[in-house]
Write a new protein. Sequence first.
Length: 428
Amino acid sequence: MDITQSMEKLYSFAQEQMQHIVSGWRGFILWLRHQFAAFAEVLEHWGVPVDKSLSLAYTLAYISLVLVLVFCVWRLARISRSRKGDVAHRATCPTVEVSAQEHDGKPDTPEVSAEFPAVREQPISVYERMRNGLAKTHKSLFGKLDAVLGSGAKINSATIEEIEEILVSADFGVRTTQKLVTALQERLTRGEMQQAEQVRTALREEILAILSSTVYTADMEAHKPYVMMVVGVNGVGKTTTVGKLAHQLKQQGQKVILGAADTFRAAAAEQLVAWGERADVGVVRHSEGADPAAVAFDAAKAAIAREADLLIVDTAGRLHTKVNLMEEMKKIRRVLEREISGAPHETLLVLDATTGQNALTQARLFREAVAIDGIILTKLDGTARGGMAVAIASELHLPVRYIGVGEGVEDLRPFEPELFVDALFESR
């Protein structure tokens, strides 16, 4: 078949298709005219004059078409704005770039994350945060206490026994509860507790005395860089706590560097880097599975080289029953002390308030393995066991340095005994 025959067949095929298209359009136009005529008849039945019914039908169809087009354009515009908003949101929450470096026994160039502006939250008073965070404990503890004391019954030994049960249920611990009950019983014997309000006042004073006996204030100006090592088991919110702590200290004008020495938990370093970006502080990290002591070494070198005010080292969530992991923690301490005199200057143990008496067990075992200088008690807002803070101070003689009373960045608060007790005892 030559080219002429091919062109002729193609031309013939095109003509056939065009005829089909034209025929189809003619059929559609005839159908459309029929529909308009039927609609015009309906309008005539509704009282529209015969000479105007067809024109009105066309006009209504035109208006309907315009409205449909306007609606489509509006929907497309909304979809477009929504997509632009998603892109803008992702731009404000940058992804974490993961890179690794291996320690070969020599000082590596520490890797420091990029810096991003810190997120600012709506202002709320410190007392309100404390009050809101302790709401469950207040309801459990003093709601029951008010029920006991509000009946108008005479204050006697039976009342003290009921208070004892309430304190135990709020996780004050057996020893601490016994200490408080003994003090109340002595006041009762001396005739100092004859009314309900006197009982509340006495209990408040005894709790405040326990908490105030272990108050500790870190002198961060005495060392530069001041080194904090944060320890604790998995799941207590340790890395999140480190991030919040870094944010607050940065807001106070401190130059902070974080050391991601938790190299065992998957994505732990990435989580800390994300917090570093949010708090606008540098993060020194290695690859997953690297030697934690090597990370501590590089973090110390970075803190010195960059003249940081504060270095916070996040360690792996070590189980307090694992001897080898506790030994690894001791190794981190030795490395820090070798590079920075006296480091770590403060070792903080993070405890989950919702775990109750198990938190006390963890604290005892950690204290035996490494020197613990203070406690960070997290998730107080999620439990009615706020008495744990009192139990720690009474039984372990360790100061509660910070408490977590919410999920917000500002909800990790330096522990203030009087503010804590006020929020706990306030009538609501």
